[in-house]
Structure formats: structure tokens, C-alpha cells
Design a protein around this ligand. Structure first.
Ligand code: CO8
Length: 372
């Protein structure tokens, strides 16, 4: 058995961003257009008028201030309200692979290794651009990695489940060096015309390199332990799938995009996650006082404040549980890795931390790491 370690990480951030104010102006213009179009039905009481969104609500309910997207113009066009990402022909790289190449390049550079030394690529994300061939294999080919690649999807928990899979293979010796990459184009499966959720998501891609601790060329985080758990729930759901045509249903139905019962998610996921982290740390012999940092899934600031307080047994101090959701919004599986990537350089040998993601499934994954 070999000790696995994280030796590199990288983030691809799109160049375009949308502030809450810009988003709300577009949404309200869309709502006005829709209400004008349905004025008669609204007056007759047959349908309800679409209410306005507000920046204050968004910030107070979520902590989000802005989000990055691959295409701003399409999202903010009140007559369109979704990104314009022209179809690419089969000879061009897919959007997800293109983002991945950037994030992986940064992670490989930090680890000080060539792509050819990688023998596993896991593309772990909450949606994949096509059914097959796997995006991971395309990334493998674009980068020039050896070995094999595969896609996996555990929604927001994809990164930690992917890290567990890669770390286990490094530990067992079936692979020597792995990339776990999370290209999230959440703008493509968010319903921007739904006031309850139009503000939640953004686009990004993260990558981490895992290899044997003994092979590390620079600073590293040893992966001490990983734990994944799932429990079926319909409260976060997207019904789009390959059987859509066979259901004689090609219309743009609402449930073919991201759907959630946010309040229930809040109530049910919080205790699941707090207990999961506490039990995982306990089984590893870690006390709350041993913990230097908590890199949590980035869905909601109040959620993270609650989990941080439960895990540490007190209100986290400044920087102990860093949030990036104010800048990136919820980026599904990538959120906890962005937090880790941007807020881990200052840790010194012996410092311990937990990366934890949670979301649809329900699913929760935790990774206990120690700076070596
Ligand atoms: N502007 C103004 N008012 C609004 C708006 C708005 N934009 N939206 C809602 N309101 C109103 C509501 O209508 C409601 O009014 P009333 O009280 O009159 O009914 C009031 O504000 C309160 O609404 P909510 O109860 O919905 O508001 P909350 O305080 O619960 O906040 C949140 C909503 C922010 C969604 C919150 O519930 C939350 O964050 N919940 C947890 C969500 C979560 O963690 N989800 C995980 C999903 S991520 C995941 O698993 C990945 C899935 C795959 C990725 C998909 C990518 C697209």
C-alpha cells in the first residue's frame, strides 16, 4: 500500500461574470415581457403574474454576490435567458474538455510533472456534455496522459467521490498518478427564468493531482482518509436524460433543468453533513481542536456557517472555513476544491484539514488531509 497525496491543484475561471444587479435587471425585464404577453390570462386570474427578483434577497438568502459564466450575453438576454454555446463539430474539443485542459495544466505545473506521467483521468461533474466517448478520455488525449480515463457523476459531491476513487487506486498501486477534474457548466442546466433559483449557479473547472506521497516533488497534502455516503432524495433533481425522446417528450419542460426544494434540502442535508464529518474525524482519531481548516461545498453561506459551527463546536474564526461562493456562486462539485485551491497555501507541515462536498443524491463526501 502507498500513501496517496494531493500534490497539485488548479482552477479555470471564465473571463465573463454577472453581478446580482445585472442578473436581476435581466430577470425583471424577462418577467415584464412575460407578464405583458400573458396580460389577459393574468387579468382573468388564469395564471399568476411573474414576480420580480431582487439583489437584496439573493445576497441575504445565499451570500452570493456574482457568478462566472461561459456566456454572459445569452443569459442576460431577456428574450433568451440561457447561454449561447454554439455546437462544436466532432473534431473540435468539447467545452468541458477545453476548461479541463486549462485547470489540469495549472495542477500539473504545481505538481511539477508532465501530463505523460498521469495514468488516470477522472472527469467528475454533475452533468456531462455528451453520453460518450467519455469526456475524461478526450481530456486524456488532449493533455497526452497515459493509462485510462472515465467519467463519473455524483452531482455536487463528484469531486470528493472522485478523489476517493483516485486515492484508493494510488494507495493500492493500480495507478501511480491521477487527475481528478471537475468541469462544471452549471449555466447550461440552470433555469434562469425561475426566480427561486436563477441566482444559484456559476461555471468553473477545478483539477487536482494525486500521486504517491513518496513521489511528490514539492509541498503536498497527504490524503489520510476518505468517506462517501448517499441517501436517495427527490429534493434536488434533473429529469433530462437519454430516454426523453422515447417518452414522446421533446418540449422544454421545467423539470428537464435543475429543480430543488431548497428549504427541505437545507433542513435535511445539514444534519447529514455535520454528523458525517464529525463521525469521519472521530474514526480517524481527529478532534475538532486538531482542525486547521474546513473547505466546504459552496452552496449557501448560512449552510456553511451552520456546519462550521457544528463541526468545530464554536463559531469558526476568520479564515478557518473560507467561502468563495460570494464570487463564484454554487459551482456544484468544484466549489470545495476552489476553496481548497485558493485557501491552502499558508498551511504548514502537520496542519490538518477537511474537504467536504454535499448535494444531490443526497450525497456527501469528506477527505481528511494533512500538510506534509
Ligand atoms: N427574489 C426575491 N424573492 C424571492 C426570490 C428572488 N430571487 N426567490 C424566492 N423569493 C421569495 C420566495 O418566493 C419566498 O416568498 P414567500 O415567503 O412569500 O413564499 C421567499 O422569497 C423565501 O423563499 P425561499 O423559502 O425559497 O428562500 P430561502 O430562504 O430558503 O432561500 C435558497 C432559498 C437560497 C435556495 C435556500 O433554500 C438554499 O440555499 N437551500 C439549500 C440549497 C442547496 O444546498 N442546494 C444544493 C443544490 S446544489 C447540488 O446538489 C448540485 C446539483 C447539480 C448542479 C446543477 C447545476 C445547475
Amino acid at each position: 500500500m502507498y500513501q496517496p497525496a494531493i500534490t497539485g491543484h488548479g482552477v479555470f475561471t471564465p473571463t465573463q461574470s454577472i453581478t446580482n444587479d445585472e442578473l436581476v435587471v435581466a430577470f425583471n425585464a424577462y418577467a415584464d415581457l412575460w407578464n405583458a404577453e400573458h396580460a389577459e390570462a393574468i387579468a382573468a386570474g388564469e395564471v399568476e403574474a411573474k414576480p420580480q427578483s431582487s439583489s437584496d434577497f439573493i445576497f441575504n438568502a445565499s451570500g452570493i454576490e456574482q457568478r462566472y459564466v461561459l456566456d454572459k450575453a445569452g443569459v442576460l438576454d431577456p428574450t433568451r435567458m440561457f447561454p449561447a454555446l454554439p455546437a462544436r463539430d466532432d473534431e473540435q474539443p468539447s467545452y468541458m474538455a477545453e476548461m479541463a485542459v486549462d485547470a489540469c495544466g495549472k495542477a500539473l505545473k504545481m505538481a511539477g510533472i508532465d501530463a505523460g506521467e498521469i495514468d488516470l483521468v477522472i472527469c467528475a461533474a454533475s452533468n456531462h456534455e455528451r453520453a460518450y466517448p467519455a469526456i475524461a478520455i478526450e481530456i486524456q488525449q488532449l493533455l497526452g496522459c497515459a493509462g485510462f480515463g472515465f467519467d463519473m457523476n455524483v452531482a455536487c459531491s463528484s469531486a470528493t467521490f472522485g478523489i476517493q476513487a483516485a486515492a484508493d487506486m494510488v494507495r493500492a498501486g493500480s495507478v501511480r498518478r491521477a487527475l481528478v477534474v471537475c468541469p462544471e457548466i452549471c449555466s447550461g442546466h440552470l433555469e434562469w427564468r425561475d426566480r427561486d433559483c436563477h441566482f444559484i449557479f456559476g461555471d468553473v473547472c477545478t483539477a487536482v493531482v494525486l500521486e504517491r506521497s513518496e513521489d511528490a516533488k514539492g509541498a503536498r497534502f497527504d490524503v489520510i482518509s476518505t468517506r462517501c455516503a448517499t441517501q436517495f432524495s427527490n429534493n434536488i433533481r434533473n429529469n433530462n436524460g437519454f430516454l426523453r425522446r422515447t417518452h414522446d417528450q421533446m418540449d422544454d419542460r421545467r423539470e428537464m433543468q435543475f429543480m430543488q426544494n431548497g428549504r427541505k434540502v437545507f433542513k435535511e442535508v445539514l444534519p447529514m453533513v455535520s454528523t458525517h464529518i464529525a463521525e469521519h474525524m472521530d474514526d480517524a482519531g481527529w478532534a475538532a481542536g486538531d482542525l486547521k481548516r474546513l473547505w466546504l461545498h459552496q452552496a449557501n453561506k448560512t449552510m456553511n456557517d451552520f456546519i462550521g459551527k457544528k463541526v468545530l463546536g464554536r463559531v469558526p474564526e476568520e479564515g478557518e472555513q473560507p467561502n468563495i461562493l460570494q464570487d463564484y456562486a454554487n459551482t456544484s462539485s468544484a466549489g470545495s476544491i476552489i476553496a481548497f485551491s485558493k485557501h491552502s497555501d499558508d498551511l504548514t507541515p502537520g496542519d490538518k484539514g477537511v474537504i467536504c462536498s454535499f448535494g444531490a443524491g443526497y450525497s456527501v463526501g469528506s477527505v481528511l488531509i494533512e500538510r506534509a
